[in-house]
Structures are given as C-alpha cells and as structure tokens.
Design a protein around this ligand. Structure first.
Ligand SMILES: [Ca+2]
Ligand SMILES: [Ca+2]
Ligand SMILES: [Ca+2]
Length: 212
C-alpha cells in the first residue's frame, strides 16, 4: 500500500510549461533574417510629400531593421537629384517615425541613391554626389526594435527645395534585417496542453489510499 499522488504529472506539466515560457517568453527564440520588397513608385520628389505604402505580410518581432532605397529615374529623361529629398519611414500601427535621410539641399551634380540605411555601420551619408553604399540613417533605426514587422509601413518622400516635381522615381525599396518569428501552431498547442494538464486535480477524500 502506498499513496499515489497526482504530483508526478503535475510537476512534469509545470516544468514543461516553465521550459516553454523560458524559451518563447523571454525572446530567446532564434532571430531569422528577412528581406521584404516594397516595390516602386513614379515621380516621388513632390511638395507636399509623396507617401508610398508597404503592406508587410511576414510576421515576427523586429530585432534589427535596415532599409534599402534605390532612387533614380526610370526613363533617363529626368535628372534624379536625390540630394533634394527628405525621407522618413513610418511604422503605422505604432506611428513610430524615423528619418532616414535629410538631403543637404545644395546645388549638386545629378545624384542618385542606391543605399542601405543601417545602424551597424560607422559611415555617414556623403554631403554631395551619388549616395551609394551603406550608411547611418538620420535617426536610429533601433527605434523599430521590438515592434511587429507585419502590417502597414509608409515611406514619406518630401522635396521642399527649389525644384520639386522633377520626376525622380523610387525604383525599389526594401525592409531588411532580422526578426523573431511567431511561435508555430505546434508550440502554441504544446503550451495549451501544458496549461490544461497543469490544472489541479480534484481533491481526494482525506485518508484514502490506493494499491500500488
Ligand atoms: Ca542593422
Ligand atoms: Ca527636386
Ligand atoms: Ca519619373
């Protein structure tokens, strides 16, 4: 004769639950790279600003965001003075806004942009000429860390200098970096089962024991 408590399954379920929480609740799931294309837009050097939307369908929590921008001229008949521009990125759900580029607005040779903005570089944007390479944004892109990647984003493009409407085009723009993907349905099911089995069993009458 020995007591058969319900502790065994209770303890196992509790440890399973704590283990899952420690993995998925503390953000220790591995960060994965993403590279989401947002397309193109014509004639963006306007005042008031042109607002270009991007609906990101990849889900996860942002752990590092970089922004790629290619600004030139589709037709080669307009002169792309990218240094006229002021560019900002908006995460719509949180209204978090980061200035990517603030052009020097100087008389400048024809300038195009083929650039990645990234906190993880020491390089600052050149003061004139083409903007080609990887550079620091005007504000820290880390402002987006911890936000949900999926959903609406907006790129604001303003040319409030002497010559707006020269027909500069956004050839391509991309949101890149790393994110922590959502837990899969299998993990959610496991957490749910652990929670269910973690419920306390009905209290047994005092003094009753069962044969082992
Ligand atoms: Ca980065
Ligand atoms: Ca212009
Ligand atoms: Ca154009």
């Amino acid at each position: 004769m020995k007591l058969v408590p319900h502790y065994a399954t209770h303890v196992v379920a509790t440890f399973t639950f704590i283990a899952l929480l420690s993995i998925f609740g503390s953000g220790q799931a591995a960060a994965a790279p993403f590279d989401f294309g947002c397309g193109s837009a014509d004639d963006i050097d306007t005042n008031p600003a042109t607002i270009v939307g991007c609906n990101v369908t990849e889900t996860g929590t942002i752990s590092d965001l970089n922004v790629y921008l290619n600004i030139d001229d589709f037709s080669a008949t307009d002169d792309p003075y990218a240094t006229d521009l002021q560019l900002s990125l908006v995460h719509v759900a949180s209204m978090t806004t980061v200035r990517l580029y603030v052009g020097p607005e100087i008389w400048n040779p024809r300038s195009m942009m083929d650039a990645t903005f990234d906190d993880d570089t020491g390089a600052r944007v050149p003061g004139s000429g083409n903007i080609i390479g990887t550079f620091l944004a005007a504000d820290n892109l880390s402002a987006f860390n911890g936000l949900e990647l999926s959903g609406a984003w907006k790129l604001h493009v303003l040319d409030d200098w002497t010559f707006p409407n020269e027909g500069i085009d956004l050839i391509d723009w991309r949101l890149q970096g790393t994110h922590v993907p959502e837990p899969g349905t299998g993990v959610l099911l496991a957490v749910g089962l652990a929670l269910l089995s973690n419920r306390k069993p009905p209290a047994a009458p005092q003094g009753i024991s069962t044969a082992g």
